[in-house]
Design a protein around this ligand. Structure first.
Ligand SMILES: [Ca+2]
Ligand SMILES: [Ca+2]
Length: 221
């Protein structure tokens, strides 16, 4: 099948220009959803989009080259799901790691997903802070209006982070924080901290200092 013969040069709105995110270097940033369970959606178009030198065949399809690009950096580690539900053409979706078009490593890709018709969906475990590259093309270079939907990668809530720390402490058996703190501070502090002239008299009187190791003494046992 001839690749060029399948390109539809349909132009919407009378503007005969490629999408702003046609080229990899111009990929559009998509922020993670604001919170768990919510979805980030951006709109775009593959009309008049093109392929670049060194660009991979997305999902292995050599006949689908009219790519547009997005970049996504999750703020938390966990499962990220990306789909093109709501697009008005037959999409192909591919996600890559690494930041160079020539050296992309595919993370996941899809043409059609059951339940989405000819739309695409991928799901993968993403790492916080890593930039993922998202390519969308039309199958057989179909152009149209796309929707890109992302769930996962939302910011970590501070309270949940503290909850996790507390849970980890319980798992590790350190359920008595005061003992743990004393155990850490006593010997190490006595060896490494040199009391200043101002604090030494207080220590010799046996008075604890705010923020200092309570069990620190200047007298060897
Ligand atoms: Ca392109
Ligand atoms: Ca498809």
């Amino acid at each position: 099948m001839n690749e060029a013969g399948n390109i539809r040069l349909s132009v919407h709105g009378g503007v005969a220009a490629a999408p702003a995110n046609d080229n990899f270097v111009d990929r559009q940033n998509v922020n993670p959803p604001s919170r768990a369970g919510s979805r980030r959606t951006v709109a775009g178009s593959t009309v008049l989009a093109t392929a670049e030198r060194f660009e991979p065949y997305h999902a292995g399809w050599r006949n689908s080259r009219n790519s547009v690009w997005y970049r996504f950096t999750p703020q938390s580690t966990g499962r990220v799901t990306i789909d093109t539900r709501g697009s008005d053409f037959d999409t192909i979706l591919a996600v890559y790691s690494r930041n160079s078009l020539r050296h992309l490593t595919e993370v996941a890709s899809n043409n059609n997903t059951v339940g989405l018709g000819r739309q695409s969906r991928v799901s993968f475990r993403a790492l916080a802070g890593r930039q993922y590259q998202i390519a969308i093309t039309g199958y057989a270079n179909r152009g149209g209006n796309l929707r890109l939907n992302i769930t996962g990668g939302e910011p970590v809530r501070r309270s949940s982070a503290l909850d996790n720390t507390a849970a980890a402490d319980r798992v590790n058996g350190s359920s008595a924080p005061s003992q743990a703190v004393d155990g850490v501070s006593s010997n190490a502090a006595a060896q490494s901290v040199s009391p200043s002239a101002a604090t030494l008299p207080l220590l010799q009187q046996g008075k604890p200092l705010r923020g200092q190791a309570i069990r620190m003494t200047s007298q060897p046992a």
